[in-house]
Design a protein around this ligand. Structure first.
Ligand SMILES: [Zn+2]
Length: 297
């Protein structure tokens, strides 16, 4: 009876943290494989960790300690079975659960280390609190004119794994909008054409200037770090899709129109080749908000 309640509480905690939850119900039946006694000892050792606040990493650590000197596959399988996890989910919880690894020749701890290193590298270069936005935090950028400048600027280097042709100086709302557009507009539109998109061509980002560089006009959103101009895309096979060449073409033009359409709403202002003579060769996106909703042309 006591064993059952111990198993139930461990199972509840593990089911919450394991990627693959067990479909089988708990079967605390003593298994006649000669491992029954060490299994009970291991379960008793894990017991104090069985709290709702239990973290996946600390569970893995705990299991790692349990497995030291007990790499016997029979023992581990029996423990996994008692806890009610699939062997795969159980192996994923601890790098020491070597006996349950699906590919025993590949050391699980080195795999775990590689994944952790990748995760650390991503979080190191993360900007705006998003690992999908890689770059550098810049902070305050003073403007040449009083209406220019950025309060909390970032330099965006890549977005959702796609590098930009040049680092773009923007604020975080604009960087985040760019990410939404890459995910919902660029990637679905290009798909697997040319092997998929490999680079986004940035024509302009921060610049303290008037709208369309016209004398006497208002300061552009570019002067506030809220705008970015995109002139095209490089694909993995080396080919390019550009606004100036492909807007009027059938297949690649359809991709660009889809991206233009998807940008509307993600950005407050979306201007393309059909808007005016200043935008024949690029998309202008900015995050300025208007009472009447997004302005897309
Ligand atoms: Zn622009």
């Amino acid at each position: 009876m006591r064993v059952t309640s111990v198993l139930v509480s461990i199972w509840i905690v593990l089911a919450g943290v394991a990627a693959a939850a067990p479909e089988a119900s708990l079967r605390p039946v003593a298994r006649d494989d000669g491992n029954a006694e060490p299994v009970q000892t291991a379960l008793a050792a894990i017991r104090p960790m069985a709290r709702p606040a239990l973290h996946e990493a600390s569970l893995a650590q705990q299991l790692t300690r349990e497995f030291e000197g007990k790499a016997d596959p029979g023992f581990q399988r029996a423990l996994a079975s008692q806890i009610g996890l699939t062997t795969r989910a159980f192996a994923a919880l601890s790098p020491q659960a070597t006996g349950l690894s699906i590919r025993p020749n590949l050391r699980p701890d080195s795999m775990v280390q590689r994944v952790m290193a990748q995760r650390r590298a991503r979080s190191r270069g993360a900007i705006c609190g998003d690992p999908d936005l890689q770059g550098e935090t810049v902070g305050f950028v003073p403007g040449r004119l009083s209406a220019c400048g950025i309060q909390d600027a970032v330099k965006v280097r890549s977005v959702s794994g796609i590098p930009l042709s040049q680092e773009a100086l923007t604020d975080c709302p604009t960087a985040k909008a760019l990410k939404s557009w890459v995910d919902k507009g660029v990637k679905p539109a290009i798909g697997t054409a040319g092997g998929g998109v490999s680079q986004i061509k940035v024509a302009a980002h921060y610049a303290c200037r008037t709208r369309n560089n016209q004398p006497g006009a208002r300061i552009s959103e570019h002067g506030r770090g809220r705008a970015i101009d995109i002139s095209g895309f490089r694909l993995r096979d080396g080919s390019e899709i550009t606004l100036v060449q492909d807007w009027g073409r059938r297949e690649t033009g359809a991709m660009l129109r889809k991206m233009h359409q998807r940008a509307c709403g993600i950005f407050g202002t979306v201007l393309g080749p059909d808007s005016d003579r200043f935008h024949k060769d690029h998309f202008h996106f900015d995050t300025a908000r208007y009472r009447n909703g997004a302005f897309c042309r």
